[in-house]
Design a protein around this ligand. Structure first.
Ligand code: PLP
Length: 380
């Protein structure tokens, strides 16, 4: 018998309340019973998104919601800004290009956040820019972008601001309305503590104007059809009934804790993980803009990063993530997102120390755990 620990940036562990909901008998979706559930889910999503806008629930992974954003806002030949500071920023460019949208790419060094001023410069230089596609937490690097600052700039322009909050929503602050985020997309398997399979997308009145004019082809992800249904507390197609029932449970948990406390819990886990990395002599990857969602650190010289991750998983049951793209074996990532708490972090750190030590890295066993404990025990 061996317990498993999942500390990856999606999927994240499922709380027992969610597992219980997933095991309930199926109900039919065109019933008052499901309508009440859909209503509850929509209200809960508005709370977590911090918005008065409609939030649509799609049966897809997060990328489906990203694709829905592009296909519903724009038309072939339009121009949009994308920000490439990691794998998920690149995904915006790829989706735009598949729909014939021209992209003005802002290249950001992996491990750093985008400068809001750079976006301002580009928008001013090209009045044709219709949308700015950004990422709240660039999961591939662990960086959090300053969406509030970007919102202040895009707000006063012709363009709409689209935020990929797939990792981050329900873990760190994202004030959709107060920060002027026109479209926010997310997914179920990260901060929302559900299995993969749901995509979410919120749309502001400014963005709805673009939806009306958009000529990109779409059928399943047509938000006009989704809106017509939502106004009657319905969905255009068979919804992912069971996942939406489970969503109500996770939203209830977030509401009971209160978003502010949820954010504080994530910050504490991030601070503890970062302190542990330093105490272990490891260098953080995203030093200046590290998120409270996932901590990325460099694999020390002489250590095989892929083997380290594999040993932690296969020998000790602790799953963390390696790097992506060109950083595949050069960094590793520990997620502290969703249904994760202090004891998971401590166990993960102890395992990391043990495996690094076995692989020949010089370390005082317990140094990282001690540093993390000190953060967890502090009252700030
Ligand atoms: C996980 C993730 C995605 C991809 O979501 P899928 O659910 O795998 O489609 C996109 N963007 C970010 C920032 C992510 O963390």
């Amino acid at each position: 018998m061996r317990k498993s620990y999942l500390l990856t940036p999606g999927p994240t562990p499922l709380p027992p309340q969610v597992c219980e909901a997933l095991g309930r008998p199926i109900i039919h979706h065109r019933t008052p019973q499901f309508q009440a559930i859909l209503k509850e889910a929509n209200e809960g999503l508005r709370y977590v998104f911090q918005t008065k806008n409609d939030v649509f629930i799609l049966a897809s992974s997060g990328t489906g919601a990203m694709e829905a954003a592009v296909a519903n806002l724009l038309s072939a030949g339009d121009t949009a800004i994308t920000i490439q500071g990691g794998k998920f920023g690149e995904r915006w460019t790829e989706i735009c290009n598949s729909y014939g949208i021209n992209t003005e790419i802002i290249e950001v060094q992996w491990g750093e956040a985008v400068e809001a001023r750079e976006i301002e410069k580009r928008i001013k230089a090209n009045p044709k820019i219709k949308a700015v596609f950004t990422t709240l937490c660039e999961t591939s690097t662990g960086v959090v972008n300053d969406i509030e600052a970007v919102g202040k700039i895009v707000r006063n322009s012709q363009a709409v601001l689209v935020v990929d909050a797939i990792s981050g929503l329900g873990a760190i602050d994202l004030q959709t309305d107060s920060w002027f985020c026109d479209v926010v997309v997310s997914g179920s398997q990260k901060g929302l503590m559900l299995p993969p399979g749901l995509g979410f997308i919120s749309v502001s009145p400014k963005a709805w104007k673009l939806v009306q004019d958009s000529k990109c082809p779409k059928y399943y992800f047509d938000l006009k059809a989704a809106k017509k249904a939502l106004d009657k507390t319905d969905t255009p197609f068979t919804p992912a009934i069971t996942l939406i029932i489970a969503l109500c449970e996770s939203l209830k948990m977030l509401k009971e804790d209160g978003l502010e406390n949820v954010f504080l819990r994530h910050k504490k886990m991030a601070d503890a993980t970062k302190a542990a990395m330093k105490a272990m002599g490891l260098e953080l990857f995203a030093a200046s803009a590290a998120s409270d969602v996932v901590t990325a650190a460099k694999v020390p010289q002489g250590i095989d990063g892929e083997k380290m991750v594999k040993t932690m998983r296969d020998t000790y049951g602790v799953t963390i993530a390696g790097g992506q793209g060109e950083f595949k074996s050069r960094i590793f990532r520990i997620a502290h997102m969703g249904y994760i708490e202090k004891s998971d972090i401590i166990f993960c750190l102890a395992c990391l120390e043990k495996v690094l030590s076995q692989m020949g890295y010089k370390i005082n066993l317990g140094a990282g755990v001690k540093a993390a404990e000190e953060i967890f025990n502090s009252h700030t």
